[in-house]
Design a protein around this ligand. Structure first.
Ligand code: NAG
Length: 162
C-alpha cells in the first residue's frame, strides 16, 4: 500500500467544498441528468446504479479533462489522480485519457474497489465502494467519507443506491 493519503484528503476537500455549486449544476444540466441506463460502465462488483451516482457526484458525469488542485491533478468522469490510476493497474493508453473515457475510468473504479474494499473493512455495497474510492485504502474508517456518501445520495435517483 502506498502513501497516498494526501491526494485523497485533497480530493475529499474538493468534493465537499465544491458541493453546493456541483449539486446546482447537476440539477440544471439536462445532459447529465438524462444519463440513466443508456450509459454503460464497465461491469463488476460496483453496480451500474452506483457507478452512475459516483460519476454524477464526481464530475456531473462529464469528461471535463483535468483540474490541478494543490499538487494533485484530478481528471475525468470519476475525478481521480494518477496514483489511483496506478493502483488500478494503469488501464488504457495514459492517465488523462483513461480518466476521460467512460469505460476505462469505470474499469479503474472497479479494480480499485476490488483491491481495497475488503482489506479496508468496507461494506461491500455502494456505500463502502464509494467511501473507499473517494477516501483511499482506509477511507471506510474515515468519518469524512460518510459526508461524501450522504451528499452523493442527494443526487437524483441516488438515495439508498446499492
Ligand atoms: C465481489 O464479488 C464476489 C462475488 O460475489 C465476492 O466474492 C467478493 O467478495 C466481492 N468483492 C468486493 C470487493 O465486493
Amino acid at each position: 500500500m502506498r502513501n497516498i493519503t494526501t491526494g485523497f484528503v485533497i480530493m475529499l476537500f474538493v468534493l465537499l467544498g465544491d458541493q453546493e455549486t456541483k449539486a446546482e449544476f447537476i440539477d440544471t444540466d439536462s445532459h447529465s441528468v438524462q444519463l440513466k441506463n443508456e450509459v454503460t460502465f464497465t461491469s463488476g462488483n460496483v453496480s451500474m446504479a452506483c457507478l452512475r451516482c459516483m460519476c454524477l457526484f464526481s464530475s456531473s458525469c462529464t469528461p471535463f479533462g483535468c483540474q490541478l488542485v494543490s499538487a494533485s491533478k484530478l481528471c475525468g468522469y470519476f475525478y481521480f489522480s494518477s496514483l489511483t490510476w496506478d493502483d488500478c493497474d494503469s488501464p488504457g493508453t495514459d492517465f488523462p485519457s483513461c480518466a476521460n473515457d467512460l469505460q476505462c475510468s469505470s474499469l479503474c473504479v472497479q479494480r480499485y474497489v476490488q483491491r481495497y474494499a475488503e482489506i479496508g473493512n468496507c461494506r461491500l455495497n455502494c456505500e463502502g465502494f464509494a467511501r473507499v474510492f473517494y477516501g483511499g485504502p482506509s477511507g471506510c474508517e474515515n468519518p469524512l467519507t460518510l459526508k461524501v456518501w450522504n451528499r452523493l445520495q442527494e443526487l437524483p435517483g441516488c438515495k439508498g443506491v446499492r
